[in-house]
Design a protein around this ligand. Sequence first.
Ligand code: MG
Length: 388
Amino acid sequence: MAHRAILHVDMDAFFVSVELLDRPELVGKPVIVGFPEGRSVVLSASYDCRARGVHSAMPMSQAIPLMPEATIVEPSHHKYAQASEQIMEYFRSLTPLVEQISVDEAFLDVTGSVRMLGGPVQIAQTIREHISQNMGLPSSVGIAKNKFVAKLASTYAKPNGMAVVAPERTEEFLRDLPVSKMWGVGKKTGEQLHALGIETVGELSRESEARLVSRLGEHGRSLYLLSRGIDDRPVEVTRDEKSISAEHTFSADVSDVQVLEGELLRLSHRVAKRLRGHGRAAGGVGLKIKYRDFTGVTRTKTLGAATDSSSAIGDAALSLLHKLSPLAQPVRLVGVRAERLQDPEVGLQLSLDPKDEKVREAERMADLIGQKFPQSLVTPARFLRPPE
Ligand SMILES: [Mg+2]
């Protein structure tokens, strides 16, 4: 069987690199992207900061003392979303098989593009040059026969590099890697493997499948296969949805603002639930109103931080409604739209307010219960339709 050619492209210190485009005086200096105060966390750090132990998701209060001379740049996610869109669009011009896995990372299956664009290594080189020359951004690329190895290779290549793992050298490449570098090996699994005396991927590959399954369940089976460089997961094309919306036409035209508010909250909840289902977050919210005479208005609001929360989207929709009141005429239709969809991690990390986190947790829980028991109609009380 011919091998697939999979690329994993990962932008280097993406948020920092994007910020440097507007702040050239900071090039080559230590930079941390994040809010300097409160409970904010590091969203991205330049490599010299990383060398001192600063990493993403670390509380700023912990990061700043490690690199006091670093310039703190406040995040502007619309810039990251825009750059991300441009990069992903470019990937899709090379192959239809693009799986975006975060704002700055994607898998490309270029098996079918090889004849047109040159070998996988040539394609990877073209990608790095294109992104660097056209956008001024550094990236790293891993090239391998499957997603698992390609992702490890890009990590190995960082920063601003490229690593090729030829199919026949896959096991050799994996042999000495610590198991903690493997996909799906978190702290807990790492400890379980350690207890079995397994530290490297090579050691893992010498275990029997039966023993791993008896200790780790089904997860043990997939780790067994991965450790031997076996990963048949396809590159799954992620759809490029631009927005998610929901609307409602009233049976009789409505002038009562409270009724409109209730309906907007219900629609916001529906939209947010779909966002969460798709693993997306909205960077903006749109409100659509159609009046009795079929004329309409739309209004949009850019959010401070991208969100997938029903209450945050509801709040934005209500504030748009309140800006329009008093309404020109009775309303026949209202709609809510989540726009500027992006990867949740861009925005959600920005607001690590425990209160927001609790709301998100509650909403996710309601989604889960709703999936398991579709009849249960779990809806936060605020989003229930008021009695008419
Ligand atoms: Mg990255």
